[in-house]
Design a protein around this ligand. Structure first.
Ligand code: ZN
Length: 691
């Protein structure tokens, strides 16, 4: 029996004892760690105001923070993978504590002053690059939290921040209410011919929820998208489409009810004022202060270059779709609510392929061992399962990773299967950072890798779709970034401190291997024939992936350019100019038919309620880096030893400790180019080279 008093969260030496953590341990552990961190900060700042060094100020704070982040990692991880009502309650009870702590750190002026002083000492130049970067990041974040402003401006900063938080929440509530506030009621099934059975069942249960007969369709994506994709009745598609693109606006079936236009105007005005207070020319400039892209010109040029090169093929894809629709008997011009419907039909005709059909090739154990083989060959490491480790569920596997001298460099957990109480999706998260402890010993990085694949049934191994295999490679790419780090300062080691627009580089890069014939030879094995995936199946898989890729690319570029220019060009004299800028962007990039009264900005939550403001471009930015980095392996060989070592040294190992552009240039010998991504997506730049 374990001691009644024992709280495993307060004794996190080595790997956590997940199965011993109980909801009642959570709050006391988090509270004591937060109190401890605050106490340490106050104490060291008071004691070393005059003689700050890394060892007497930063190291003790890092040690205290490490304790807190390890506890919080276990708590939020368990909350995600074995959720119970009690655990969620305990987790949620700590959220205000965590928020208060981060506000305290961000606003504690004496700490900022001491770190500034430390930066001015002679000793600063003797610190390692990672230590310097960690200090610079702290000072940058202090500055961005308004701590350097004179009192009156600091007050205004706080007012704006509070108001913005309120407005963003209003924006997102309006979108939620508008999404919920509409449904399409269909009495007769024959009106929605074409819809797959699963969606009919779903629509029936939506109707029952509302005490209605027949079917109900909503503006939630799982209901809306299949409707637009499969329902043959054009008028009904139009009806649902218009309801969707006019959510929370002055148009459509619920016009003016939850209109976000004035919220957008206020958000843009306040963001601009906030950026000005901090000394930036625009909110776009402020956004880039923490990102890899250097300046707005670089971002705009990047997006326009991609748009310019993708547009000819986008136009061809659209023409092909128009021709196809006309041949299918579509009357008049193609409309926005026709695009998904005919795209799906044409795709099915051109590349008849069923994702389920490839499952027999991808048994889980073969895939996981193939995944490891790739990393072993690329980075000269090896993996060994670790037994007898305490885990949160019997399905979880634990592995140690070793370098070429057989020294252990990290540990990770893999939790592959969906089950009750587990959050959906796939993700990688940090359990522990690589860092030196105060006693001089090295703490190795530990990571969680979580997926939601179908669990084995009756002892029969799980078989994955190729899409799931790609997901696993993606998350493992994040994992390698965490595990192969050589940085020993917690807040810039592994994935910590990596700029937002660079963090998806290792993950998207790693996806590429799941598309290579050479890899599929050892990654796949048919459960009956024992044969790897045939070449022609891989080829049609790639073709299906790249179907209408230029149209998809242009759509993302439209969002990214609109978001960025909106924040860059804001002028208090002229107001927000939302539809003027949107029209200019559409003129440049859009190839699909447009609905004149569409109000998509009114529901663009990524940028008005999420963290993507003047940052939506990050998706494409990271994709370009990943594709271009992988280009070197296509040139030198998929498992070229030198390329693997260089990728590890320049990208994976350095974490957030140095400028990712420098790392990229060191690896590739030049700055990134968009051409590799275009090629990978099957977008040909030469109009003449059209298929
Ligand atoms: Zn990712």
């Amino acid at each position: 029996m374990e001691d009644q008093e024992f709280n495993p969260l307060l004794h996190l030496q080595g790997l956590p004892l997940f199965s011993h953590v109980k909801p009642e341990h959570v709050y006391p552990a988090v509270k004591s760690a937060v109190d401890h961190s605050i106490q340490v900060i106050k104490t060291v700042v008071a004691a070393h105001e005059a003689d700050p060094t890394w060892d007497n100020v930063i190291a003790p704070i890092e040690e205290a923070d490490d304790k807190l982040s390890k506890i919080w990692s276990v708590v939020s991880h368990l909350n995600g993978v074995c959720n119970t009502e009690e655990l969620r309650e305990a987790h949620d009870k700590c959220l205000p504590l965590m928020a208060e702590y981060s506000t305290f750190v961000g606003q504690y002026k004496p700490l900022c002053e001491v770190i500034k002083k430390l930066k001015r000492t002679d000793a600063f130049s003797l610190l390692t690059d990672a230590q310097k970067k960690s200090i610079d990041n702290s000072l940058r974040d202090f500055h961005l939290s308004g701590i350097d402003l004179p009192d009156d401006k600091q007050k205004r900063y706080a007012e704006i921040s509070a108001e913005l938080a309120q407005l963003q929440s209003t924006f997102s509530n309006n979108v939620l209410d508008a999404t919920k506030g509409y449904y399409l009621h269909i009495k007769d099934r024959s009106e929605v011919t074409g819809l797959p059975h699963a969606q009919l069942v779903q629509a029936e249960s939506e109707a029952k929820k509302r005490n209605l007969d027949g079917l109900v369709f909503t503006l939630d994506i799982p209901s809306y998208l299949p409707f637009l994709t499969y329902v043959e009745n054009r008028d009904l598609r139009q009806q649902l489409y218009i309801a969707y693109v006019t959510r929370a606006s002055d148009q459509g079936p619920n016009a003016h009810k939850w209109d976000n236009q004035s919220t957008i105007d206020s958000i843009l005005r306040l963001r601009h004022e906030l950026a000005h207070l901090l000394g930036f020319a625009s909110y776009a400039h402020l956004s880039l202060a923490t990102k890899m892209a250097k300046d707005p010109e670089e971002v705009i040029a990047f997006l326009e270059d991609l748009a310019h090169k993708s547009k000819p093929q986008g136009l061809r894809e659209m023409q092909e779709l128009r021709d196809y629709a006309a041949a299918q008997g579509l009357e008049g011009e193609m409309q926005p609510w026709d695009v998904a419907f005919y795209s799906q039909k044409l795709c099915k005709e051109k590349y008849a392929y069923d994702p389920q059909e490839l499952r027999p090739y991808f048994g889980v154990s073969k895939v996981v061992s193939g995944l490891f083989t790739c990393a072993e060959r690329l980075y000269n490491v090896s993996f060994r399962p670790r037994f007898g480790v305490d885990v949160w569920h019997p399905d979880v596997r634990c592995y140690d990773i070793y370098d070429r001298f057989s020294s252990k460099i990290g540990t990770f957990y893999i939790d592959l299967y969906a089950r009750e109480g587990k959050r959906g999706g796939a993700w990688m998260d940090e359990c522990q950072s690589r860092r030196y402890r105060s006693d001089g010993s090295l703490q190795l990085p530990v990571a969680y890798l979580v997926c939601n694949f179908t669990a084995p049934i009756n002892g029969k191994e799980s078989l994955l779709t190729h899409e799931e295999v790609v997901t696993l490679f993606h998350e493992f790419g994040h994992g390698l970034n965490q595990l192969l780090t050589r940085i020993d300062i917690a807040d810039v080691s592994g994935i910590n401190g990596v700029p937002w627009d660079a963090v998806e580089l290792p993950s998207q890069f790693n996806e590429n291997f799941a598309w290579q014939e050479e890899v599929l030879n050892f990654l796949s094995c048919h459960e009956k024939t024992q044969q790897p995936l045939p070449k022609e199946k891989l080829e049609s898989l790639i073709k299906a992936k790249n179907y209408e890729s230029a149209m998809a690319m242009l759509r993302q570029l439209e969002f990214a350019l609109f978001d960025f220019r909106l924040h860059l060009e804001y002028d208090p004299e002229k107001g927000s100019r939302v539809y003027e800028i949107l029209k200019q962007v559409k003129d440049l990039v859009a190839v699909t038919p447009q609905y004149e009264l569409s109000r998509f900005p009114d529901s663009f939550t990524h940028i008005f309620a999420g963290g993507y403001a003047a940052g939506y471009y990050s998706y494409k930015w990271a994709e370009v880096l990943a594709a271009d980095a992988f280009g070197r392996f296509l040139e030198d060989g998929i498992f070229d030893e030198k390329a693997g070592a260089a990728f590890r040294d320049c990208i994976l190992a350095v974490g957030g400790a140095s400028d990712p552009m420098k790392g990229f240039v060191a690896f590739r010998g030049r700055k990134p180019s968009v051409d590799a991504l275009l090629k990978q997506s099957g977008i040909s730049i030469e109009p003449a080279a059209a298929e």
